[in-house]
Design a binder for this molecule. Structure first.
Ligand SMILES: Nc1ncnc2c1ncn2[C@@H]1O[C@H](COP(=O)(O)OP(=O)(O)O)[C@@H](O)[C@H]1O
Ligand SMILES: [Mg+2]
Length: 265
C-alpha cells in the first residue's frame, strides 16, 4: 500500500523545542506510517534525542503538534502516551538494577499498556504471557532470573528493549541501541529489530552507526542544528551533497555506497 492511501501513525507538525535561545528541535514536520522504520541520523547535538523526548512526552514541545493514530498527544505526559501505544528506550541504560530481568520486563507489562486508571494489584496471566513474548523477541527467555545489574552491556540494552516491547507499543522509539557494541553484537541487534518489524511494530530509530541505520530504515531523516536537512529513501541519502558535507564525509559515504550496492545484489 502506498503512503498516500495510509493514515500516518505518528504526525508531527511544525515541532519546536527551545532551550533558552537554542532551538534544539527546529520546525520538524514529519509523518511516520504503519510499518515504517524511520531512521534518524545527524551529528552530536543535532537534536535527535530531544526530538524523541518531545514525541514521547518526556519534555514538552515549545510549539507545534504531535498526534498518534489521529489523536492529539502534544500535551500528554509519558505515561499517558505509553498507554496510547508508544514506548521508547534510552541512549543510556535505564532499568531497575536490583530487580531480576523478568521483573524489569514485568513492570513494562503491568504498567505500560492499556487505559489504566488505578494500578494493578495482581499480575494477570496475560501480563505474564507478554513478559515471555518480549523476552523471547530479544532472545533472553533463558536469562529472566538474572539480576539486572549483573548482566553484560548487550543484555542490558536488550532488557530495556524487552521492557518497552512488553508495553505492547504500536510505535517504538529506540535511541542509539548499538553504541559501544562490537560489530558482531551490532549484527545481533539488527536481527532482533528485523524480528520486531515482522511483528508489525513501527519503529523510529536513532543511530550513529550508519550501516545499521541504512540497512534497517525504510526512510531516513537527517537532523542538523535541530532542523531536517534530509528526509527520504536510505539509498538516495548517500548522494545528497549536504548530508555528505555536514555529516558523513566523503570517505564514509563512499564506503556506505559500496555496502548498499552489495546489499542490493
Ligand atoms: N535539558 C536540556 N537543557 C538544555 N539544553 C539541552 C537539554 N537537552 C539537550 N540540550 C541541548 O540541545 C541540543 C540537542 O541535544 P540532543 O537532542 O541531545 O542531541 P543529539 O541526540 O542529536 O546528540 C544540544 O545542544 C544539547 O546541549
Ligand atoms: Mg542523543
Amino acid at each position: 500500500m502506498s503512503s498516500e492511501t495510509k493514515k500516518p501513525l505518528l504526525a508531527c507538525r511544525n515541532l519546536f523545542k527551545h532551550f533558552g535561545a537554542l532551538a534544539a528541535v527546529n520546525n520538524i514536520d514529519i509523518d511516520v506510517y504503519p510499518g515504517d522504520v524511520l531512521g534518524i541520523g545527524g551529528p552530536n547535538g543535532a537534536g535527535k534525542t530531544t526530538f524523541i523526548d518531545v514525541i514521547s512526552g518526556i519534555n514538552p514541545a515549545s510549539s507545534g503538534t504531535v498526534s498518534l493514530d489521529g489523536h492529539d498527544i502534544t500535551n500528554y505526559g509519558p505515561d499517558r502516551i505509553c498507554h496510547r501505544g508508544m514506548a521508547r528506550t534510552y541512549q543510556l541504560n535505564a532499568g531497575f538494577d536490583s530487580l531480576s530481568v523478568r521483573d524489569n520486563v514485568l513492570v513494562g507489562a503491568a504498567f505500560g499498556s492499556g487505559d489504566q486508571g488505578i494500578p494493578k494489584f495482581r499480575y494477570s496471566k496475560e501480563m505474564m504471557a507478554r513478559v515471555d513474548y518480549a523476552l523471547e523477541l530479544v532472545g533472553m527467555q533463558d536469562r529472566g532470573h538474572l539480576i539486572a545489574r549483573e548482566v553484560p552491556v548487550l543484555d542490558r540494552k536488550l532488557l530495556m528493549l524487552a521492557s518497552a516491547i512488553a508495553t505492547e507499543p504500536k510505535l517504538l522509539l529506540i535511541d542509539e541501541p548499538v553504541g559501544g557494541l562490537t560489530p558482531h553484537e551490532i549484527d545481533h541487534v539488527m536481527e532482533i529489530l528485523r524480528g520486531l518489524m515482522k511483528e508489525g511494530i513501527t519503529i523510529i530509530l536513532i543511530e550513529h552507526v550508519m550501516r545499521f541505520l541504512l540497512q534497517l530504515s525504510t526512510r531516513v531523516l537527517i537532523m542538523h542544528h535541530g532542523e531536517s536537512i534530509y528526509e527520504g529513501a536510505p539509498d538516495q541519502l548517500l548522494a545528497d551533497q549536504q548530508v555528505v558535507e555536514v555529516y558523513l564525509g566523503e570517505g564514509t559515504a563512499k564506503r556506505l555506497r559500496h555496502l548498499m550496492d552489495q546489499g542490493a545484489k
